[in-house]
Design a protein around this ligand. Structure first.
Ligand code: ADP
Length: 253
């Protein structure tokens, strides 16, 4: 099956590839074709939105990048790791280079902000001195330096998502994946979270955001990959949530 792409985004030749998918398909048990023959490349330092209706394959794509799901056919390369075909013993090294943020924050409710973030460092074997040095840095980055002792239940939704982002960043990943990061937030708080993701991208991290949130995509004017029923139907360099005329995109580039 050949993928139809409206406008393949171009990239400068000197940029290194962060993510490469070649002819990737995912067939779940029960014959659900979640992704069909996807080929795409994302450069280091790019900020990319993944859009499409529920069930389009957005989460499956993100899960392939951390080896949470494996493709049925094709090749997935992330940060130099050939993820498709990886052995279990190689997975921790991949996951140390990839931070993940989810819609429901996924914080430990009985641990403080500090402990939630520190936990993510300790599981990688980080020593106490590194933890003590790094946590204040990363809490400052997300604007929560004054709340290290708060429990998740004492924070707003936006603040909880900032803790989750701090946790995802604490090991200095090269790649940050966010699956519906604003799905549980009001519009204003959502824009603040997306501004934070842009700030993180400006430090050099590659950022991928799967979303239904029209406002954050349209405001950002970044690369958009649109999926429909597991097929990549649009790859636009300065996209909006919905399709725009190609000429408009070219004028803005
Ligand atoms: P999206 O994130 O765009 O909502 P998903 O990637 O979650 O889409 O799902 C793509 C398709 O794969 C959907 O039809 C969904 O029902 C199906 N699917 C997702 N996960 C599984 C699974 N573990 N087993 C079987 N089918 C699945």
């Amino acid at each position: 099956m050949t993928t139809t792409v409206a406008n393949v985004a171009t990239r400068p030749l000197n940029q290194r590839t962060a993510i490469s998918l070649k002819s990737v398909s995912v067939l779940y048990p029960g014959h659900c074709q979640a992704l069909s023959d996807i080929s795409l490349e994302i450069s280091e330092g790019e900020f990319v939105f993944i859009v499409g209706a529920s069930g389009a394959g957005k989460s499956t794509l993100l899960k392939l990048l951390t080896h949470e799901e494996v493709c049925t056919s094709g090749t997935v390369i992330v940060e130099g790791f050939t993820v498709s075909g990886m052995t279990h013993s190689q997975i921790p090294a991949l996951r140390r280079r990839v931070g993940v943020v989810y819609q429901n924050f996924g914080l430990l409710p009985d641990r403080t902000v500090y402990e939630n973030v520190a936990f993510a460092m300790r599981v990688t074997g980080a020593g106490r001195r590194d933890v003590v040095r790094r946590i204040p840095e990363v809490l400052e980055l997300v604007g929560l330096q004054s709340r290290p002792d708060a429990f998740p239940g004492q924070l707003s939704g936006g603040e909880q998502q900032r803790v989750a982002i701090a946790r995802a960043l604490v090991n200095r990943p090269k790649l940050l994946l966010a699956d519906e990061p604003t799905g549980n937030l009001d519009p204003e708080t959502s824009l603040g979270i997306v501004d934070l993701l842009h700030d993180i991208n400006a430090t050099g991290a590659t950022v991928l955001v799967a979303t239904h949130d029209v406002a954050i995509v349209d405001k950002s004017e970044r690369r958009v990959l649109e999926f429909a029923d597991g097929v990549l139907v649009r790859d636009e360099a300065c996209g909006r949530y919905g399709r725009v005329a190609l000429e408009t995109c070219e004028e803005q580039a």
